[in-house]
Design a protein around this ligand. Structure first.
Ligand code: AMP
Length: 464
């Protein structure tokens, strides 16, 4: 392990690293930072969790000239969730550099406010390819001063059909710039993109150390279509004994309509289940993700497309309610569990007619599938498997200068709650979400409604 202090980084960046508590570099950082800081193009094979965001974040901040009010660094990400996460990480690294302006520009968000915030050039833009391309075309964003271009999760951007947008963006920005490409996998398409947009890139592949490789246990269960829901409900509860519950499971369905049906049925059976699919409004999507992350939803039912780019921490359990159509999709699904060195369980339900799909997965895995039997228990009536928390929504956010501390203050002060009963607080532009221990949620709601937050009365509701 090598310390960050050995790198020629500006003192302000070293100070941020100290605040963040990062002393030593991760393997990806150790290999990619020296060539990146020397101005070389880099293509790096790096997964989520490898520290890649800090790696390119440091490289682009080091190259930044804050006194020059021009767009100098552009980071392209496949999804808005990832763009938000990358923006947050860069802001933290930039905390000690005064006056850095960073803007997140993503599709699915109204254009008006974005145009308004572009009246002065930001130094850094993090965004999704389609929307960034649109701003460059309109002339609301100027790419002539870009020094560093980052393609984050490039393989996923190609999967999502952003290849043309990326080429177009590259054609619209400064000719001479550094290009940093990060990708979890290196299919031929990635090599082709690298060839088109990079010059003599330094190539970096980091083998995950053996002990850090997550242990994913797979199980395949054959079940008749009519029994799938019973099987799922049983798997979600009983598998680790009656007292232990999964604190978060992701269930995949092949079709959108089944996502809704399965989530509703699980809800009826006493789970805190929510559906996530591509038809949903961005705001509803955000709300579902907030509730899953703050533990007020314990089963997320999703399509593959909707689950792409989700930033969810290691999940103990992933279930394919429908077996994936192809081995690649199956691999993506099971990769959602056992992240960050934690072990995980990936269960696939397969009907007798779907056996050929299982055979394809078996061929791709090159090993016999771990089939097991599931004995369906007689129905026990409704048992409650609700998530431990419940979410309250406050109709006020950053625009009202509301901060997490204000909400925490109102709940522990006037409302008399213990800080231990208050979970994650997420503050968005116009609304805020706070997780409260389920048993106390109604009390908290009443108290918040009766009292004031930051001396003001805001509308508060409970979700689910
Ligand atoms: P990423 O792969 O960029 O998603 O980062 C994974 C996680 O590792 C993030 O939560 C970072 O905050 C954290 N991280 C990144 N670099 C370091 C480091 N050098 N030491 C400790 N944690 C790190």
């Amino acid at each position: 392990m090598t310390a960050f202090a050995t790198l020629p980084l500006q003192p302000s960046l070293l100070a941020s690293l100290e605040t963040l508590g990062y002393a030593d570099m991760t393997p990806v950082q150790e290999q990619s930072l020296p060539p990146m800081l020397a101005g070389r193009d880099v293509i790096a094979q790096a997964q989520t969790g490898s520290g890649k965001t800090a790696a390119f974040g440091l490289a682009l901040l080091q190259a930044l000239q804050v006194e020059t009010i021009r767009l100098q660094a552009l980071v392209l990400c496949p999804t808005r969730e990832l763009a938000d996460q990358v923006s947050k990480a860069i802001r933290k690294l930039a905390a000690n550099i005064p006056n850095v302006k960073l803007l997140t520009l993503c599709g699915g968000m109204p254009l008006g406010p974005q145009l308004a915030s572009l009246t002065h050039d930001p130094h850094i833009v993090v965004g999704t390819p389609g929307r960034v391309q649109e701003h460059l075309k309109r002339g609301s964003l100027h790419g002539g001063g870009i020094k560093v271009l980052v393609l984050d999760e490039a393989d996923r951007m190609l999967d999502m059909g952003f290849s043309e947008a990326i080429d177009d963006i590259v054609g619209r920005i400064a000719k001479h710039h550094q290009t940093l490409l990060f990708s979890a996998t290196y299919p031929d398409e990635i090599r082709a993109v690298s060839k088109r947009v990079q010059q003599e890139p330094v190539e970096i592949t980091v083998e995950a150390p053996a002990e850090a490789k997550p242990a994913i246990e797979q199980q395949f269960i054959e079940v008749e279509p009519a029994h799938k829901l019973d099987a799922l409900a049983q798997l979600l509860t009983g598998e680790r004994g009656p007292d232990s519950k999964w604190d978060g499971a992701l269930v995949f369905c092949n079709m959108r309509k089944d996502v809704d049906a399965v989530a509703q049925e699980l809800d009826r059976r006493g789970y805190s289940a929510l559906a996530l699919h591509g038809d949903m409004e961005q705001r509803d999507r955000d709300e579902v993700l907030v509730r899953f992350a703050n533990k007020s939803c314990n089963v997320l039912v999703a399509t593959d497309v909707a689950a792409r780019g989700l930033d969810i921490a290691a999940l103990p359990l992933v279930v394919s309610f429908d077996i994936a159509h192809d081995p690649d999709t199956h691999t993506h699904r099971i990769g959602r569990t056992g992240r960050a060195g934690e072990s995980g369980l990936a269960i696939t339900l397969c009907t007798p007619r779907e056996r050929p799909k299982a055979a394809n997965i078996e061929a791709a895995m090159g090993a016999p599938l771990p089939w097991r039997a599931l004995k369906l228990a007689p129905p026990r009536g409704k048992t409650l498997n609700l998530a431990p928390m419940k979410t309250l929504v406050i109709d006020a956010g950053r625009q009202d200068k509301l901060r997490p501390g204000d909400i925490l203050g109102a709940l522990t002060g006037d409302a008399g709650l213990d800080a231990n009963d208050i979970g994650k607080i997420d503050v968005y532009a116009t609304r805020a979400y706070v997780a409260i221990s389920r048993a106390l949620a109604n009390k908290a709601l009443e108290r918040l409604r009766a009292g004031r937050i930051k001396g003001r009365n805001f509308r508060v509701r409970a979700l689910g």
